[in-house]
Design a protein around this ligand. Structure first.
Ligand code: SF4
Ligand code: SF4
Length: 218
């Protein structure tokens, strides 16, 4: 009984799964949202564990020097599809013009093109790598990558959740059977298809925002 109560309390603090009405018509969308939900749960769990040991999470809204500093951000193919879809279909309002300008002018080594006003403009669809990167105890200095300066302050997410998140994306690559997905995710089936966010031609997305480029090939 006490265990049930504990689980209920813990599940309340877990992040909710994102959802969009298009999930019934856009077949790959539930796979990506499931993957993000699994990852977010694993991250919340790992963060809670460290907080309960007395540490403080330094990451907070408006803190974003990581997005300006990191130039190696791995993204899976389905994540790129998700970003395209979100930006083209869902990203409206005055910041759309700014985002289009940043994407069109993006050069490797610049701050992430999705960073607008010190916030991630694609926050619900930010890649797993960004979701997983969390830092404790004090915010990063401008230009600091704490993975190298203070590795102990960087969250190590649970491998089990990370593998399950990747496995959830595998039906997009034709692997539907649950056991096979698990095995493939564990063996790094998708590793060779991972791209660096900074090496993607985001100008294509800027053109797609205006309906001026051919559909994304994956
Ligand atoms: S990783 Fe560093 S810069 Fe980024 S939000 Fe966390 S503390 Fe701030
Ligand atoms: S995608 Fe978002 S969270 Fe990731 S580096 Fe870019 S702005 Fe930051």
């Amino acid at each position: 009984m006490r265990r049930k109560k504990r689980l209920r309390a813990r599940s309340k603090s877990y992040p909710e799964r994102l959802s969009f009405p298009e999930e019934t018509s856009v077949k790959w969308l539930p796979m990506l949202l499931d993957a993000y939900h699994i990852a977010d749960k694993g991250i919340a769990f790992a963060i809670q564990k460290r907080i309960s040991r007395g540490e403080t999470l330094a990451c907070a809204k408006g803190c974003s020097s990581c997005c300006a500093t990191h130039v190696t951000i791995p993204v899976y193919p389905l994540e790129v599809v998700g970003i395209y879809w979100y930006v083209i279909e869902k990203f409206m309002g005055p910041e759309r013009i700014e985002l289009k300008r940043q994407l069109a002018g993006f050069k490797k080594g610049s701050p992430c093109p999705f960073l607008i006003n010190k916030a991630c403009s694609i926050h619900p669809m930010r890649p797993l790598a960004c979701r997983h990167f969390n830092v404790f105890n004090r915010p990063c200095e401008p230009g600091e990558d704490p993975y190298y300066t203070r590795r102990g302050d960087v969250l190590t997410p649970d491998d089990k959740f990370k593998t399950r998140a990747v496995a959830a994306m595998l039906p997009f690559h034709g692997i539907k059977d649950r056991a096979k997905r698990k095995l493939a995710a564990r063996s790094g089936f998708l590793d060779s298809q991972v791209q660096n966010l900074h090496e993607i031609d985001w100008n294509n997305l800027a053109l797609r925002m205006e309906g001026k480029a051919p559909p994304l090939k994956v």
